[in-house]
Ligand binder design. Structure first.
Ligand SMILES: C[S@@+](CC[C@H](N)C(=O)[O-])C[C@H]1O[C@@H](n2cnc3c(N)ncnc32)[C@H](O)[C@@H]1O
Length: 336
């Protein structure tokens, strides 16, 4: 394996770790190479369940939010600039003053622009380039230096919903989800599952339908699920911080609603939506129905036709497709 940018920073002395104290690593992916760091001192903070679980399986101490008093931090730069800046602010609040904070990212995730912004406000060490990315280190000036970058605050939409910056569609109700909600019937089965529930919009619509006794919200992004908890006080709601593709509840569902994710990092990945369709087929009762919205260009028809007996395309705004798929035919081995 190629040595990582982190090992380059340590070898060159650009990053000098203190002799003791925990090392905070913010938002590493499940496969991020952290081998250059002393494993027993690392705390990996990652709220996205599949990555969180992969890091824990590799033996790292994991958390969904940082504590305080770390000796050093590494920020793994995410794609969204506002989130990257918020992570830098989080690191500055969590690391002891003067402790090193390394910022490590891919060019395609905008590391150059983040380093430029950093250089404008703190003395930043040299940027070391390797593997289509860069790493640079600064001594923590304290949280005040990045107070305006902190982005953890919840935001309230005109409809009354609370959203969080890391959640999908944090600025407002997604038009695709609104179209799906409008297409739902007045009556739904007793047990409904919302796969990839985000901050809870679809689940809140499901709870307005007759016949619903339980809605299970499954969401991988911890912050988004926390927002959903704040938005839905209804005792019929159940919240699961879980990977939808591995979710295993006790009993089958009468209906699944979903607006599945279609991006893994920067790249569009229809494989994710297909995995969600397979999960819906696996989790539905034999007489159950999937209600799904997707951007019109995404190719899900074949998977739907393979996994359901009846698939109907419902009227939808031009940018979207809404499907109602009934009678899952998931292979017997995959069913409970
Ligand atoms: C297109 S958004 C829809 C969110 C919400 N249902 C809405 O309509 O606003 C897809 C959601 O799936 C979540 N997600 C992505 N991968 C997931 C996974 N493996 N398991 C569960 N949720 C996941 C994302 O965090 C995101 O909230």
């Amino acid at each position: 394996m190629q040595p990582s940018r982190l090992s380059l920073a340590l070898e060159t002395g650009a990053l000098a770790l203190p002799g003791e104290g925990r090392i905070l690593v913010l938002r590493p992916r499940g496969g991020t190479d952290l081998g250059a760091l002393p494993k027993d001192r690392v705390e990996a903070v990652q709220g996205f369940r599949p990555d969180h679980d992969a890091l824990a399986a590799r033996g790292y101490a994991t958390a969904v939010a940082p504590g305080a008093g770390y000796g050093a931090a590494v920020v793994v730069v995410p794609r969204a600039k506002a989130e990257a800046k918020a992570l830098v602010a989080t690191a500055a609040a969590a690391v002891a003053p003067g402790g090193p904070i390394a910022v490590d990212g891919q060019k395609t995730d905008g590391v150059d622009s983040l380093l430029r912004d950093l250089r404008a406000r703190v003395p930043l060490g040299p940027a070391l380039a390797k593997g289509h990315g860069k790493i640079a280190v600064f001594a923590n000036p304290g949280p005040a230096a990045f107070a305006d970058w902190a982005g953890g605050a919840a935001r309230r939409l005109p409809e009354g919903f609370v959203t969080r910056p890391a959640a999908f569609s944090a600025d407002g109700i997604d038009p695709g989800s609104a179209a799906l909600a409008a297409a739902l019937p007045a009556r739904l089965p007793a047990r409904v599952l919302d796969l990839g529930a985000g901050w809870g919009y679809l689940a809140s619509e499901v709870l307005r339908r007759e016949g619903v006794e339980e809605v299970h919200l499954v969401e991988a992004e911890h912050d988004a699920l926390e927002a959903a908890r704040a938005n839905i006080a209804d005792p019929r709601a159940r919240f699961h911080w879980a990977d939808a593709t591995r979710f295993a509840p006790g009993a089958p569902f009468g209906a699944v609603v979903m607006n599945p994710p279609f991006h893994a990092g920067r790249a569009a990945d229809p494989g994710l939506g297909r995995a969600f369709i397979a999960a819906a087929a696996r989790l539905l009762a034999p007489s159950g129905t999937l209600w799904m919205v997707a951007n019109r260009h995404l190719p899900y028809e074949r998977t739907l036709a393979e996994l359901f007996r009846e698939v109907v395309e419902l009227p939808a705004p031009p940018a979207y497709k809404i499907h109602r798929a009934s009678g899952p035919v998931a292979p017997p081995r995959a069913r409970r």
